[in-house]
Design a protein around this ligand. Sequence first.
Ligand SMILES: *[C@@H]1O[C@H](CO)[C@@H](O)[C@H](O)[C@H]1NC(C)=O
Ligand SMILES: *[C@@H]1O[C@H](CO)[C@@H](O)[C@H](O)[C@H]1NC(C)=O
Length: 350
Amino acid sequence: MEFLKNVLTLFNALILRSLHAVDTGKVLEISPDVDPEPTPNRTSILMKGIYETIAKHLIYSYVDYTSGSVFFQIHALSPWTEIVCTAELQSKGVQKLLRLPSGERFDAIITDTSLNECFYGFISKFGSPPVIGISSHGILPWTSTFMGTPENPSYMPHYLLPYSDRMNFIQRLYNFIVVNYVNFIYDYDVILTQEDIARKYFKEEVQPYWNLERNFSLFLANIVLGFDYSRPLSTNVIPVGGMHIKTTIEPLPKDLKHILDEAKDGFIFFSLGTNLQFEQLPKDKATTLLEAFASLPQRILLKGAPQEVAGITVPPNVILRDWFPQNGVLGMKITATIFAIAFKPKFIHS
Ligand SMILES: *[C@@H]1O[C@H](CO)[C@@H](O)[C@H](O)[C@H]1NC(C)=O
Ligand SMILES: *[C@@H]1O[C@H](CO)[C@@H](O)[C@H](O)[C@H]1NC(C)=O
């Protein structure tokens, strides 16, 4: 992407930093995560405390949400996006970006397309440059619709359904209903609500979202062919899963290296991802997991805040920390198993 000299990126900074544009051009990025390796050509705006704000404003706990029915989960999309996106727009970082003059021009805008759509106001604000979509969630059904890539419910199971690509007639029928229902809710609720929010925060005229989305130039899909069921992709959808994984592995901190070198039976890396934290699990679920870990011969690297699981006994083979150098840990030859949800590229290490 050497031809892109001046790029605005919204979210997914980690994945986007691995794009070649980041090495050769000027990048303005906004992200909820601190830039760990600042470089001269990259200006990083931080949406500070956004995870905490989101956690505070959630209408359902993640546990209640995932134990609800498929239709409950689909109906939660719009209110959830409304709360999260509004909180993000009100953050100091986004306010700073909003104050940039509208005459500012970028060669391209790279933006997340999964439930942050109120940010599409920036596309209109900065004069509708070519837009590249990216999502950490693979290819969601509505993305297929606006990118024009095939979404065939007869062999592509919806992400909320426990089906494989081999479905019987009833499963195919149900999958067809769910895929079309989620697209209906997305097109007539999520996207229109997001457009209303954008109109409130962006004084410039915001293009109608249906036109704007169908005008995306490219979509970088966080999928790895071979890990997902096979599916046809139109040429504007490019699989880039694993793009962010560094090929040079930094040495592990001494204490962690010692723990892992001593792990004769290997180790298991257990992380619930960015949004759901181990300490947020109900006490009975956390205890059940820890009891299961205690019975294993491996050491378990468990991502969670040690100070917040007071009252629960952590078995001696469990190393509980709120942060691990994941690239280094997963690059170790003796990794036994990796358990990480929501973020497929982590599996690629194994
Ligand atoms: C910054 O951008 C300029 C112009 O595109 C380029 O020549 C230079 O190598 C870049 N510097 C870094 C550190 O990436
Ligand atoms: C579609 O994108 C092109 C640039 O890629 C831009 O010139 C045009 O204004 C965009 N149209 C809409 C409706 O956003």
